[in-house]
Design a protein around this ligand. Sequence first.
Ligand code: XMP
Length: 518
Amino acid sequence: MDIHGEKILILDFGSQYTQLIARRVREAHVYCELHPFDMDIEAIREYGAQGIILSGGPKSVYDEGAPVVEEALFDLGIPVLGICYGMQLLARHFGGRVVPAGKREYGHADLVSKGSPGPLFDVFFIEGKSPVWMSHGDHVEQIPAGFEVAARTDNAPVAAIQNVDRDLYGVQFHPEVNHTPRGEILINTFVRKICGCKGQWTPGHIIEDAVRRIRKQAGNDKVVLGLSGGVDSSVAAALINRAIGDQLTCVFVDNGLLRLAEGDQVMATFAKNMGVKVFRVNAEDRFLKALASVTDPEQKRRIIGNLFIEIFEEEAARITDATWLAQGTIYPDVIESAGGKTGKAHSIKSHHNVGGLPEFMKLKLLEPLKELFKDEVRAIGEELGLPHQMVWRHPFPGPGLGVRILGEVKKEYADILRQADAIYIDELYASGYYDKISQAFAVFLPVKSVGVMGDGRTYEYVIALRAVETKDFMTAGWTKLPYDLMGRISTRIINEVRGVNRVVYDISSKPPSTIEWE
Ligand code: XMP
């Protein structure tokens, strides 16, 4: 089966939500790709999508130089769904009028059906209504000939338009965001019912397809992969192992800045349980030496990143005659580095990725996850038999504890931090909080404060605890953990970890703080 045989093309006008549209389409089990709005019409024709979605965007359609699609797009006979800016563009193209709204509408609104809802909207409404999320400054004042108004809100008399005969639809609201509770249904209906896609993009099929492609690409060649224990490199390793077994060699560089027992877990999962060839390089001493007396966070990052590459390169050359370098690059990394012609920085961050390797060893790149979003990577990881906890683990920065030990990194500090962090995470799992939090970790503060233990005074280090909730890691709020849980964690850390007599909880949001402390 060709799982790319049915697909949706998403043209990006620079909305902060464009990637969410793609994720909703994928959740409907249909492949889709995001391309800049000015994709060449011939390329669009050749691409052969079953449907096209026009995203939102920050501009107004009547602005000079406002982004437009090639006119012929609407003559291709392919169903189109325009979202926000996309709808305004659609309306204007067919002769409607778009004007600035009296006031910018931002937030929840009740969408009310007008007339008969038609094929796209009929399951979207419940008793003629559906709550939606609005974020716009313009609206369609006059709809084009051949279209009808499908829905309105109190502030937007034209909140959805359609030309059912030509399969052209426009919505002023954002069905892709979670604040539109039935938005997923709308996008599902568009891709499955209007565009006629069957939904072949499932974890099982993705794996089958990837296995086939890896085999074809690599043939009998050897492949080397830098395993970090993170989700992406782990899933890539499991997938490539499924495809070509012992043609794959993994190098796992233990930099001494990993979490408690992390190195052993990686070895147990891959080498022992899955039979993957993994070489563990114990490089703690080299990293600590390189970091001695360095306090600047960015310099620490650079040192850790460069040394990782150096060691990986040495080891890879020594233990394998690979001609391919496998990487766990995922779709958001691809979109990000493509940049797009919209000139807009996409919101997912990748600038930190220390795991990224420069061009070296003249290896060809094998990137089996590069079409997948993180949630898809996790889903196939589970399907490939990776442990649930590994697949759903919170993100861990490339420089590891190196940026969670403030200032100079020392083994003593790393050992204290590892133990404190393990207790913290352990308690979060036990209380059921771990999965509700986006990222939680302990931070080592190299300051001493006075305490009292038994009859004596102590003078020991401080551990800070961080827990945040976020969707995109660009903004984040701190988690309101229950006091009794915080109390239990603090007591355990102070009792069980030698060298710590004080635990504090970080109550800063991002911005203006960041998630990590360095
Ligand atoms: P900040 O601290 O910038 O973190 O709010 C946002 C997300 O990025 C992760 N992060 C990193 N990841 N290398 C990485 O691979 C890094 O140097 C790095 N710094 C921060 C952080 O853990 C959070 O998920």
